[in-house]
Design a protein around this ligand. Structure first.
Ligand code: NAP
Length: 488
């Protein structure tokens, strides 16, 4: 049996859930396959009705869901209410996109008479849903990247069914959301197999799921190591499948001395709050600060250190993550970083830390490029704009890069923008990287190690593209072209 725990006390919670094995995974995937056969032909309004009803169901159960998730994760009612709002918003946004026919968008290439290559037959490029999705919930978003999170919403909107691997960090919340989903499916006379859930620990169930021949695509949010293992498993299958993993990211913040001076105390407070937000357990946490040596930068770092020392991070999601944070900071110190703020405490709530290192040491030491999950950040002191670009190149891949102080169009700024865009999915010119808006233009992904598929996003409207495969119809009969990308 699987036991959930209270994140604040470490005590086991009363309810336990059975660990799934091969037969439960087989049953879940078989049901998802059967449901997919019908759902892939659904129209936009049917998909929208389901997604809207799911949004309403979690809102109606808000009190219980938030209280349960708070107990299991320690994230706090304020944050969790906001996350539930975002989850409902995402479901409704994909409902809107489904109703608008976004999954059925097509490219029509009318026949051109004459010899090739200019002449060609009539062609229409449409998209079809891939099939049952294996969806791995994230530990740090019990609602927005879990059972009814963005992956599930975009997969259902695309016409796929979903088998969720629940995260052990919030098993009971996942079970409750899953039960609500099943009730919605029943009310709408839709098959229960459209959404299935399995749980287990020690990697076994996750591997069984991704290896199952009935699974057509994987979606994952979590650690680089876990994502890499599941990506490898998805490729090693007799029939390899696509796997979109959103993994680790250190989200460099690059600032000119002028920007730091202009921002002053307020900017330091905002950055400190972003580093400590949610106890630093965000994929977009600013884990690296790249500043050019100057009196203004040093003054800002003094303000930041003070602001960070005043932060009171809450408990971490799991004891494993708490230990990993201490080990990660220790590894940075061993690799040559020095502590500006670092207090080792033997408590479930960590203290924030701030370390510093020079750019050449950073570039030369790969352990300094790794994500340390928690309320901590590493300052890299750069001697020039060119060296700042070398630091970004050493980072390799990140969900975000933030550039402060780029308002003037100069060759140095253009170089920095190019360097940032070459390693990140999202480049910000103001504000902090935490907080990911769900919009049409959003890009939440990036080159390895921030994701396994740099062309895809796990947040925003384009998240649906991960579950749709292009098909070209050539010289099709008029009844088929008349469907204009809709299922036949
Ligand atoms: P995780 O260890 O990668 O686990 C996520 C999910 O993947 C779990 O359901 C886990 O199942 C499964 N899994 C992991 N490795 C697997 C493998 N080799 N084979 C099959 N299934 C596997 O992530 P986590 O538990 O959320 O957190 C651990 C660390 O990940 C954190 O300390 C942090 O560093 C990082 N993290 C990063 C982000 C981000 O957005 N950047 C988000 C969350 C976590 P089992 O329970 O069965 O192992």
């Amino acid at each position: 049996m699987l036991q959930s725990t209270d994140a604040r006390t470490g005590q086991s919670l009363a309810t336990s859930l059975p660990a799934c094995g091969t037969s439960e995974v087989n049953a879940a995937v078989n049901a998802a396959q059967a449901a997919f056969d019908a759902w892939q032909d659904s129209d936009g309004n049917q998909r929208a009705a389901l997604l809207n009803a799911l949004a309403a169901a979690i809102e109606a159960d808000r009190e219980t869901l938030v209280s349960l998730a708070d107990q299991e994760t320690g994230l706090g009612a304020g944050r969790l209410n906001g996350e539930l709002d975002r989850t409902a918003f995402q479901l409704r946004r994909f409902a809107h996109l489904a109703a608008q026919g976004a999954a059925f968008a097509f490219t029509d290439d009318l026949a051109v008479a004459g010899a090739p290559p200019a002449g060609h037959p009539a062609m229409m490029r449409v998209r079809v849903p891939l099939g049952p999705v294996a969806m791995f919930s994230a530990s740090n978003f019990p609602f927005a990247f879990s059972v009814l999170g963005g992956d599930t919403a975009s997969a259902l909107a695309a016409g796929c069914s979903v088998v969720v691997k629940a995260h052990c960090g919030h098993l009971l919340t996942s079970q409750r959301v899953f039960e609500l989903s099943q009730a919605v499916l029943k009310n709408l006379h839709l098959p229960a197999g459209l959404m299935q859930m399995v749980q287990g620990e020690g990697n076994e169930v996750g591997l069984l799921l991704i290896q199952h021949p009935g699974i057509a695509v994987g979606a994952f949010t979590g650690s680089t190591r876990g994502g890499a293992a599941l990506r490898d498993a998805s490729r090693a299958r007799a029939v390899p499948i696509p796997f979109s993993g959103e993994l680790g990211s250190i989200n460099p913040v690059v600032a000119t001395p002028e920007a730091l001076q202009a921002g002053g105390e307020t900017l330091a407070q905002n950055l400190a709050a972003s580093i400590a937000l949610g106890c630093g357990q965000f994929c977009t946490n600013p884990g690296l600060l790249v500043f050019e040596r100057s009196a203004a930068s040093s003054a800002f770092v003094a303000q930041l250190t003070q602001a960070l020392a005043a932060q009171q991070p809450h408990v971490m999601l799991t004891q494993g993550m708490r230990k990993a944070l201490d080990a990660g900071v220790q590894a940075q110190l061993q690799a040559g970083a020095k502590a500006l703020l670092h207090e080792v405490v033997d408590s479930r709530n960590p203290r924030p830390s701030l370390l510093e290192v020079d750019a050449s040491t950073f570039i030369a030491h790969a352990p300094l490029h790794e994500e340390v999950f928690g309320p901590t950040s590493l300052i890299v002191w750069s001697d020039s704009s060119e060296q700042t670009r070398q630091v970004l190149r050493a980072v390799g891949g990140s969900l975000t890069v933030t550039l402060w102080g780029m308002s003037q169009d100069t060759p140095a700024h253009r170089d920095l923008v190019r360097a940032a865009a070459s390693i990140a999915g999202r480049v910000l010119f103001a504000g902090v990287p935490t907080g990911v808006a769900v919009t049409a233009a959003q890009q939440h992904g990036g080159p390895w190690p921030s994701s396994t598929e740099p062309m895809s996003t796990s947040v925003g409207d384009a998240a649906m593209d991960r579950f749709l495969r292009p098909v070209c119809l050539q010289d099709m009969p008029t009844w088929l072209s008349g469907l204009q990308g809709k299922p036949c």
